[in-house]
Design a protein around this ligand. Structure first.
Ligand code: PLP
Length: 390
C-alpha cells in the first residue's frame, strides 16, 4: 500500500526528532553511561508518591473537571503568586494539562491561523519548531548565541517581527544550554510585545532550578504583560515527576477558554492520580526539590569544570540541568562526535543540531545523573577528546 499518499502531507514532511533517532542507538545497551535524557536521576519524592497511592486506595480513579481538580488549581494559583509574583484566578485563568508539552500545543493551536509566525530562540527544546508546524504556523527562530551566554537579544527579536508575527515564545532557564535571560533584556522584549500587540508564551519549566543564588523573574509579572502572556509550568523537572505527565497553563480568561476547548476534545482531563500527587508537590514546594537543586548545582560545577579542563569550552549554566560544550576543536561535527563517543567509549550525549542550526559544533550533556557516573563519563570523554584532537 502507498501509505505516503494516505498520510497528511504536513506529517510526511515533518522530520523525526533527532534525539529519538540517536537514542534508538542506545536502547538495549546497559553498558552505556547516558548523559542524554533530560530527566532527574531520582524518583519522585516519597510524600508525593504516597499521596497518589492513598488516592488510588480510596478509589479516586475517575475523570476530573476538564480544567483540572479545583483544589489543584487553587494550589497552582497560590504557588504561582508566591513564586512568580503574578496572580491568576483558579476558576477562569488556570488549566491543568498533560505536561507542559500539551499546554504548549494547546496554546499554539488556540492562537495560530495558517501562516501566522511564532518567533522563538534557538537552541531550544526540540518540540517547539514541529509543534508550530503541526498547527500550520511558521516557526521563526532567532539565535541565542554563546557570545551572549545563550540569552536572546530583544534587538534580534525585533528584527524578526513582521506583520504576520503573532507570538514570541521564550524558555528560561533554557533547554539545552542552561541559559538565563537578564531582566533588562526581558523588559525590552515585553516592551516589543506591547508595541507590536503580540502574545508571549513563556515556558518556565526549569525556573526552580537556578544556581549561584540567582532569582527568577517571569515576563508575566512585568507591567502590562499578564494580559498578553501564557505562562507554562509543570512538575516534570523540579519535582522529578516526568512520568506523571502533569503541567499547567495560566492565561487571560479568553485564551484559557480557547485552550480548554481543544483540551476537552483531545484530552478530556489530566490523570486524577497525577493531579492528587501534584497538590502534595505544590504544598511541599522547596522541601520537595531543594536537596535535588543543591545537588544539581554541585554536579554542574563538577561537569563544567571537567569539560573546560579537557579543552571543550563550556558555558557555566545559570539554571536547568544541562550544559552545552563546544566540541569544534575536535574537528568533528556534533553527530560524528556523539556517535564516535558512543561507539568508542559507551558514553551518550545529544548532538546539538536537533536543538536548532546554531547547535552545530555543540553537544548537550544532562548532569541530572549520578555523580560517580558523571566522573566516569568525564574520564572517558577526556580520553576520547585527547585521542581525536587535531
Ligand atoms: N519544555 C521544555 C523546555 C522542556 O525541556 C521539556 C522537557 O524536556 C518540556 C517542556 C516538556 O515537559 P513536560 O514533561 O511537562 O511535558
Amino acid at each position: 500500500m502507498d501509505y505516503q499518499s494516505l498520510l497528511s502531507r504536513q506529517i510526511v514532511d515533518l522530520p523525526r526528532s533527532g534525539i529519538r533517532d540517536f537514542f534508538e542507538l542506545v536502547i538495549g545497551r546497559p553498558d552505556v553511561i547516558s548523559l542524554g535524557v533530560g530527566e532527574p536521576d531520582k524518583p519522585t519524592p516519597w510524600p508525593i508518591r504516597e499521596a497518589a497511592i492513598r488516592s488510588i486506595e480510596k478509589g479516586q480513579t475517575s475523570y476530573t473537571s476538564n480544567l483540572g481538580l479545583e483544589p489543584l488549581r487553587n494550589e497552582i494559583s497560590r504557588y504561582v503568586e508566591e513564586n512568580y509574583n503574578v496572580s491568576y484566578d483558579p476558576k477562569s485563568e488556570i488549566l491543568v494539562t498533560v505536561g507542559v508539552s500539551e499546554g504548549l500545543d494547546l496554546a499554539i493551536r488556540a492562537v495560530i491561523n495558517p501562516g501566522d509566525e511564532i518567533i522563538y530562540h534557538e537552541p531550544c527544546y526540540v518540540s517547539y519548531n514541529p509543534s508550530i508546524q503541526m498547527a500550520y504556523g511558521v516557526p521563526v527562530p532567532v539565535n541565542a548565541s554563546p557570545a551572549h551566554d545563550f540569552a536572546v537579544l530583544a534587538s534580534d527579536i525585533e528584527k524578526a517581527i513582521t506583520p504576520k508575527t503573532k507570538v514570541i515564545m521564550l524558555n528560561f532557564p533554557t533547554n539545552p544550554t542552561g541559559g538565563i535571560q537578564p531582566v533588562e533584556e526581558l523588559e525590552k522584549i515585553a516592551a516589543l510585545a506591547i508595541k507590536h500587540n503580540l502574545i508571549v508564551f513563556t515556558d518556565e519549566i526549569y525556573s526552580e532550578l537556578l544556581y549561584d543564588g540567582r532569582t527568577h523573574t517571569s515576563i508575566a509579572s512585568l507591567p502590562g504583560m499578564k494580559e498578553r502572556t501564557v505562562f507554562f509550568h509543570g512538575f516534570s523537572k523540579a519535582f522529578a515527576m516526568t512520568g506523571w505527565r502533569l503541567g499547567y497553563a495560566c492565561a487571560p480568561a479568553p485564551l484559557r477558554e480557547a485552550m480548554m476547548k481543544i483540551h476537552q476534545y483531545c484530552m478530556l482531563c489530566a490523570p486524577i492520580m497525577s493531579q492528587v500527587a501534584a497538590i502534595e508537590a505544590l504544598k511541599l514546594g522547596k522541601l520537595a526539590y531543594e536537596e535535588m537543586r543543591a545537588s544539581y548545582e554541585q554536579r554542574r560545577n563538577k561537569i563544567v569544570g571537567r569539560l573546560n579542563a579537557m579543552g571543550l569550552p563550556t558555558f557555566m549554566p545559570g539554571g536547568a540541568f544541562y550544559c552545552f560544550p563546544d566540541i569544534r576543536s575536535t574537528g568533528m561535527t556534533s553527530k560524528e562526535f556523539a556517535i564516535k563517543l558512543l561507539e568508542e567509549k559507551s558514553v551518550a550525549v545529544v548532538p546539538g543540531p536537533p536543538f536548532g542550526a546554531i547547535g552545530e559544533g555543540f553537544v548537550r550533556c544532562c548532569y541530572a545523573t549520578d555523580t560517580n557516573l558523571i566522573d566516569k563519563a568525564m574520564d572517558l570523554m577526556a580520553a576520547f577528546v585527547a585521542e581525536h584532537r587535531k
